[in-house]
Design a protein around this ligand. Structure first.
Ligand code: ZN
Length: 414
């Protein structure tokens, strides 16, 4: 790609190809949210599953439009179709292989892809066979990418669904399948009303077996959900975590705490004054920031589902009936840059490439356009991710080296 993109705010021209080529580390991406439309059409035909559209371009539009509904529930409903076509070992292997190839084309050198085995057992697959099928696809994808000159490693994170009761089984499968490249455990699905405390046994099992945990939290529920993720779940990373902002309060000029601030400083204001002197952290936010618990941020996805409080909502819990302006509607209003200024370990991720029509490259490009991010900013975000993988240290060091090697040749801006 050689198209130039002129940013509206900074009058800098970015080369998409340059951003695409940057080595990236992807920590939060769902296998069942990353299918190629053409593949869905073919797999649906094989499985006899009826789709809302059978033309791949029309189907892609349907996914994006449904996902743009500003409701996490409707967003999640689009997965009925992707999950329906992923009920056989061969389908899981094919999609996992294509996932790796698409990730490599996006510049990803290391990824952790997550999926929920319990949702893929409809045709009689057992959990271990499903995991093996995904592992086979990932390995085939790595080989095919290597033949095309790209070095990429992708590991699995197994999700248990918050609203079902199979989490202990999934945690046990995750531990049992480490040799197949499973590196972590997650809770996904509806957050509100399904707290980690309902999955105490599974989380206890992960802790006892030293299996790293990342939990979706602070996306569809508030800061208390993040508290539970780190306390009950002993989470080492947080999926999304945007509502950590509810535990950050801006100080007034005289140092008094203000809890009803209509205008917050932009990232440019913050660069003039240390951000830490402008804000006070509650104990959850402090713990997450001080212990470098990485936030797996997925801005595009958040804008689609009304998950991220806009920057002006710092310190406010979710109102019972949120007004239209409570939620970030643009990248500019998304808390990602503020949280980064406050020195949280921010990482950037696609979440669901298909539904959000995004990629790591697209997320980076938006950050360049909206906040003027340059090479050093992307390097920092990428190292945050590289240092938060669920790999053993030796392997993690190798990923850091891959990143550094790719950055040594990159220009400051495109
Ligand atoms: Zn997610």
């Amino acid at each position: 790609m050689s198209a130039q993109v002129v940013t509206p705010l900074f009058d800098i021209s970015y080369d998409v190809g340059w951003i695409a080529a940057l080595p990236k580390v992807c920590l939060h991406d769902h296998l069942d949210g990353a299918l190629r439309p053409q593949t869905i059409v073919e797999l649906a035909a094989e499985a006899g599953h009826e789709l809302p559209a059978t033309d791949p371009a029309a189907l892609e539009r349907w996914f994006v439009e449904s996902a743009n509904s500003r409701s996490l529930e409707r967003y999640l409903a689009t997965f009925e179709h992707t999950v329906a076509v992923l009920q056989s070992a061969s389908a899981l292997t094919r999609v996992a292989r294509e996932y790796v190839l698409d990730a490599a084309a996006d510049g990803i050198v290391y990824g952790e892809v997550r999926w929920a085995p319990e949702q893929h057992l409809g045709d009689g697959l057992d959990i271990d066979s499903a995991i093996a099928a995904v592992a086979r696809g990932l390995a085939l994808g790595e080989e095919a990418a290597a033949e095309r000159g790209a070095t990429i490693t992708v590991r699995q994170i197994l999700c248990a669904m918050r609203h079902t009761d199979r989490s202990l089984e999934i945690a046990q499968a995750a531990v049992r399948n480490r040799r197949r490249g499973v590196v972590g455990f997650d809770l996904a699905g509806p957050e509100l009303g399904f707290p980690p405390s309902k999955h105490r046994e599974a989380l206890e099992y992960c802790a006892q077996h030293f299996l790293p945990v990342t939990l979706h939290a602070g996306e569809a529920d508030g800061v208390e959900s993040i508290r539970q993720a780190v306390v009950e779940g002993r989470a080492l990373r947080i999926g999304h975590g945007v509502r950590i902002l509810e535990d950050v309060v801006r100080r007034q000029r005289d140092g008094e705490l203000a809890d009803n601030v209509s205008r917050l400083p932009t990232s440019h204001d913050i660069s003039l004054v240390p951000a830490s002197s402008l804000y006070r952290m509650g104990e959850v936010a402090s713990w997450v920031r001080d212990r470098h618990i990485a936030l797996e941020m997925c801005p595009c996805s958040n804008l689609q589902t009304d998950a991220a409080p806009r920057v002006g909502e710092v310190g406010k819990p979710q109102p019972t009936e949120p007004t239209a302006d409570h939620w970030a509607r643009t990248y500019r209003e998304h808390p990602i840059e503020l949280l980064r200024s406050l020195e949280f370990a921010v990482t950037v991720n696609p979440d669901n490439r298909l539904m959000s029509r995004t990629s790591m490259t697209h997320e980076f490009l938006k950050l360049a356009e909206e906040f003027g991010y340059e090479r050093e900013d992307f390097l920092e975000i990428t190292l945050n991710a590289a240092n938060a993988t669920f790999l053993p240290l030796e392997e993690q060091d190798e990923i850091v080296e891959r990143v550094m090697a790719g950055y040594s040749d990159a220009p400051v801006v495109g």
